[in-house]
Design a protein around this ligand. Structure first.
Ligand code: ADP
Ligand code: TRP
Length: 352
């Protein structure tokens, strides 16, 4: 290799070649109605990080990824809108976080290809999410197979260093670190950071049946479920056959595992004590869980209704987010193209 790219004067005042000190990024697939597993496993953290890393937090709706499973174009539009509404209602602040639709940043597809050329098939062969999804009956498409590669491009295109996700994404992050390392080694550079996986306490939220809460298992409680829906779902939460008056172990009880996510420490401790003393049965604990679930998201419901009536605003947020993300993406892509020896871009992309 002859000369290394020098981006020091090409950044237009944005990040330099080494990128910012810390940048947060995460994506959420629009493949269903967002549920409380998504909230406590991912969304809550996203909102915390937008405050801690205001101006350096990037969140996007992963619609390219969702194409691996969502085949109905109208449903895709509906699901994307639903995720945007949920995030904005729950407190995503466009002044602090860059919020965009993945497909508004087609540059990630170009980076996917470039990274794909330094990624061994063995790395993707080891991805368990692919095997799981095929086992669940999802078509074994090339898109599904290279899903982790596209995810690596999402993360690396803005050179983010922190990725808050749920436990089930840990392997995809390992793959991303491997890919970043392969690129840097192949081109003797340090263009890409090795992003850290940020997990929170509620790494796995149980569903009503005790398995991981997931839309694939039909065991979820949607964040914006109506009161009646919540009541019906709480009724379905699986319990042991411990008779009333006998102690219940909170460590293995799903009602308690869910309740402590919503309740104050004091209230959670009270349930735990009452269970252990044999003073609380499932009827009472389910009543408390239901009330806690309803009141927890209550303040966000009105905001969601308001936003539903102002979809132009929602669209504007996503568009502006994409513009901001594109500034970073183009900088990274220009450097990547130069490192691998592709000609400098001839289009500005301004008209896109
Ligand atoms: P689902 O399992 O319902 O298909 P996704 O795979 O779309 O959900 O997950 C979106 C985000 O929410 C990911 O970061 C994932 O780790 C997190 N997440 C999903 N379900 C849970 C759960 N039960 N507990 C904790 N985090 C979860
Ligand atoms: N695979 C993630 C999920 O299923 C979504 C996602 C796509 C993502 N690209 C990402 C998460 C980049 C973090 C970073 O939840």
């Amino acid at each position: 290799m002859t000369a290394k790219p020098d981006s020091s004067n090409s950044s237009g005042g944005m990040a330099d070649a080494s990128g910012p000190a810390e940048r947060v990024l995460s994506g959420i697939q629009p493949t269903g109605v967002l549920h409380i597993g998504n909230y406590f496993g991912a969304i809550k953290q996203h909102l915390e990080y937008q405050d801690r890393y205001a101006g350096e937090a990037f969140y996007f709706i992963a619609d390219y990824h969702a194409l691996t499973t969502v085949k109905d174009p109208e449903e895709m539009g509906r699901l994307v809108r639903g995720v945007a509404l949920d995030y904005l209602a729950l407190g995503l602040d466009p002044d602090k976080a860059t919020f965009y639709r993945q497909s508004d940043l087609p540059e990630v597809c170009e980076l996917t290809w470039i990274l794909g050329c330094v990624t061994g098939v063995g790395l993707l062969d080891r991805a368990v999410a692919y095997k799981d999804k095929v086992r669940q009956g999802i078509a074994a498409s090339v898109g599904l197979y290279i899903y982790p590669l596209l995810q690596a491009a999402d993360i690396l295109i803005v050179r983010s260093s922190l990725v808050p996700v749920g436990q089930d994404q840990a392997q995809h992050l390992e793959i991303t670190r491997d890919i970043a390392g392969s690129f840097n080694a192949a081109y003797d550079c340090d263009l890409f950071p090795r992003p850290k996986t940020i997990l929170n306490d509620a790494a796995v939220v149980p569903g009503m049946d005790g398995q991981k809460m997931s839309k694939s298992y039909d065991n979820t409680v949607p964040i914006f479920a109506s009161e009646d829906e919540i009541a019906a779902r709480v009724k379905r939460v699986k319990t042991s056959s411990t008779p009333l008056g006998e102690p219940i172990d909170p460590g293995t009880d799903i009602v308690y595992q869910l309740y402590r996510l919503f309740a104050s420490q004091e209230d959670a401790d009270a349930m735990s004590r009452a269970y252990r003393a044999g003073e609380m049965g499932y009827g009472a604990s389910k009543g408390l869980l239901q009330a806690a679930m309803v009141s927890y998201f209550e303040p966000y419901r009105d905001r969601r209704h308001e936003l539903e009536g102002d979809l132009d605003y929602v669209e504007d947020v996503l568009r502006q987010g994409a513009e901001r993300a594109r500034e970073e993406a183009r900088l990274t892509l220009d450097l990547a193209r130069e490192y691998v020896g592709l000609a400098a871009r001839t289009t500005t992309g301004a008209a896109r």
